[in-house]
Design a protein around this ligand. Structure first.
Ligand SMILES: [Zn+2]
Length: 146
């Protein structure tokens, strides 16, 4: 199922179920500001279903088994992605969002948003047959190569 994410300067991403609703909101939000209007966009995002690679899907399934909330193509950006995850889930979570999805498709590599044990996440992804790059810092996103 797709959702429509409105991105406009100064306003956090807001998502709508239909493109018409998103357009209506964008028109209202930028009604007296031509510059903001020109910097705004509506992006179609997928709430679920469209994934990058079956090896990554396998790794995410394994991560769920060891207690992670692992979500593919989860919302439009890290901020919206985190806000859709509950506080308890946020202790151990892994996801990539729709901009990451686009990057995976274009460059055959992409970053994961994560919390928990970074090494454990990397090991699980490597076991599934993919290569990762991560510097061991909690502030760094894990880069996965397909
Ligand atoms: Zn967003």
């Amino acid at each position: 199922m797709a959702k429509y994410c409105v991105s406009t300067p100064g306003v956090p991403h807001i998502t709508f179920d239909t493109e018409a609703e998103a357009e209506k909101f964008l028109k209202w939000a930028t009604r007296s500001d031509e510059k903001a209007s020109s910097q705004s966009s509506i992006k179609k995002v997928f709430a679920s279903g469209v994934v990058v690679d079956k090896r990554l899907t396998a790794a995410f399934q394994k991560l769920r088994k060891i207690g992670y909330t692992a979500l593919e193509n989860h919302w439009c950006c890290a901020r919206c992605g985190w806000s859709a995850i509950s506080d308890e889930q946020a202790d151990k979570a892994v996801f990539y969002h729709s901009q990451d999805y686009d990057q995976f498709m274009e460059l055959r590599c992409g970053f994961l948003v994560w919390s928990g044990n970074g090494q454990e996440i990397c090991d699980t992804i490597v076991e599934a047959g993919l290569r990762v790059e991560w510097d061991g810092s909690v502030a760094t996103r894990i880069l996965v190569f397909l």
